[in-house]
Design a protein around this ligand. Sequence first.
Ligand SMILES: NC(=O)c1ccc[n+]([C@@H]2O[C@H](COP(=O)([O-])OP(=O)(O)OC[C@H]3O[C@@H](n4cnc5c(N)ncnc54)[C@H](OP(=O)(O)O)[C@@H]3O)[C@@H](O)[C@H]2O)c1
Length: 233
Amino acid sequence: MAEGCVVVVGGTRGLGLAVARHYAGRGREVVLAGRDQRRAEAVAAEVGGKTSGLGLDLARPEELADRLAGVGRVAHLVLAAIDRDENTVRGFDLDSATRLVTLKLVGSTEVVHRLLPRMDPEASVVLFGGRAKDRPYPGSTMVSTVNGGVAGLTSSLAVELAPIRCNAIHPGIVGDSPYWAAKGEPVLERYRNQTPSGRLTTMADVVGAVVFLLENRSVTGVNLYVDAGWLLR
Ligand SMILES: NC(=O)c1ccc[n+]([C@@H]2O[C@H](COP(=O)([O-])OP(=O)(O)OC[C@H]3O[C@@H](n4cnc5c(N)ncnc54)[C@H](OP(=O)(O)O)[C@@H]3O)[C@@H](O)[C@H]2O)c1
């Protein structure tokens, strides 16, 4: 097992928080990060165990070296943050597009760059992309774009960081995640009807897949689709 803590950027909510809870529940030291220091600390206190909160903004990559200065040895790094914009090419919002690309691709890479000296050869990284790269929805222009970028970044990091491993998870619609659950039953039912099993991916499914990607020593450079077969129908 790799030495050090589990860092989850985007760990204050949703899928990142579920991963943080998993490792805290197993007695690991966890650092969960979101934009606001106080909020991150409050969530960390609620998770309990050996969990601490860290405020950092991936959309401000020039600040990340300082923000990460207090983090010690890192065993596993999970980059799960997202600040979804509702963008289209016809109504293109330049500021929100730039913010999302910066946080998801540049900010995430800067975090890896800064934490790399604190990782031993057994360490691993998981990036979060998503199936919007293959099945765009209205407003997903930049989400689809950065999800594609995550796939390319994963391949590059798997080569550049070796023997440290890097993989990506691309979930489908995670029905019990806060983002999708808030859209309500009629919307979820529509997506359920699009999967072969008639069920949607769950948060627990995603956590299990992230743990596999982080811990299986033969898995690197994989872009894993955890989507209940969404695109098969
Ligand atoms: N939910 C799904 O069904 C689904 C499907 C496919 C892919 N995904 C992907 O899975 C990942 C997690 O999704 P989610 O639904 O769990 O997201 P979420 O519930 O919206 O949570 C997003 C997290 O990112 C943090 N964050 C936002 N902007 C940030 C910034 N600039 N710097 C640092 N942290 C920031 C938020 O923390 P603060 O608000 O505290 O800053 C929060 O912890 C994302 O990459 C998403 O694209 C999710």
